[in-house]
Ligand binder design. Structure first.
Ligand SMILES: [Zn+2]
Length: 195
C-alpha cells in the first residue's frame, strides 16, 4: 500500500476542518474562512477567542491569551489582506484603496516590531495579531506574486503559494478539492454514457 503524507488537520464540531495548505502563514490566516465564493456555505473559523487561540496553536503561534478584541482585529487584518492577495492570486489588480488600507495595518505592526537581525531584516512580534501582520508583510515583500494561486474549485476560495518546481499546483488539497473534482467529472461522464 502506498503511503501518503499525513497532513495536519484542525477539525471543527460541524464536521468541517482546516489545513495549513497555504504554504505561508499569511495565506493560512486568509484560509480561516472556508467556501468564500459560496455565501450559503461560507464559514469563519475564527468565530471567537477560543477558536482563535486553538487555530493559533495549530499554526504554531504561542502567545499570551487572546481576547475577543484580538479576534475582531485579526479578522479585520485577514479581510484586508484577502482583498489585496486574492486579486493577485487570480491575475487581477487589487483596488488602490484596499492596498492603502492593508498597508496601513501592516506598517503599524512593522512599527511595533523588534529587529532581530539585519540583511535580510528579521522582525519579531509580541502578539498574535502582530505576528500575523508581520507574516502578511513578509508575504508581500518576499514571495513571488506569480506563485500565488486560488484553488481551482469554484466554491473553495482558498489561496496558496504554488511551490512546485513546474508551477503545476491547482488544488488547495488534492485529497479534498482535487478528489471532489475527480468524483464530479467521473459522475458527469457516467451520466453522459448512460444517455
Ligand atoms: Zn480547494
Amino acid at each position: 500500500m502506498a503511503t501518503t503524507e499525513r497532513k495536519q488537520v484542525l477539525r471543527f464540531a460541524d464536521g468541517g476542518w482546516t489545513e495549513a495548505i497555504g504554504g505561508h502563514l499569511a495565506l493560512d490566516l486568509v484560509n480561516t474562512v472556508s467556501w468564500r465564493p459560496d455565501p450559503h456555505r461560507t464559514v469563519d473559523r475564527l468565530s471567537d477567542a477560543a477558536a482563535l487561540a486553538r487555530w493559533a496553536d495549530f499554526v504554531g503561534l504561542h502567545h499570551a491569551a487572546v481576547t475577543e478584541r484580538t479576534v475582531a482585529e485579526v479578522r479585520r487584518l485577514r479581510e484586508r489582506v484577502h482583498r489585496v492577495v486574492q486579486p493577485l492570486a487570480t491575475g487581477a489588480e487589487p483596488a488602490a484603496a484596499d492596498v492603502a488600507a492593508c498597508r496601513r495595518l501592516l506598517l503599524d505592526a512593522v512599527g511595533r516590531a523588534q529587529v532581530v537581525s539585519l540583511m535580510p531584516v528579521e522582525l519579531t512580534a509580541t502578539s498574535v495579531y502582530d505576528e500575523l501582520a508581520l507574516a502578511a508583510w513578509a508575504l508581500l515583500e518576499r514571495e513571488d506574486a506569480r506563485r500565488l494561486r486560488q484553488c481551482r474549485a469554484d466554491d473553495c476560495g482558498w489561496l496558496f503559494l504554488d511551490r512546485t518546481k513546474n508551477a503545476s499546483r491547482v488544488w488547495c488539497s488534492s485529497a479534498d478539492c482535487g478528489n471532489r473534482d475527480r468524483a464530479r467529472r467521473h459522475y458527469a461522464r457516467r451520466t453522459a454514457e448512460q444517455q
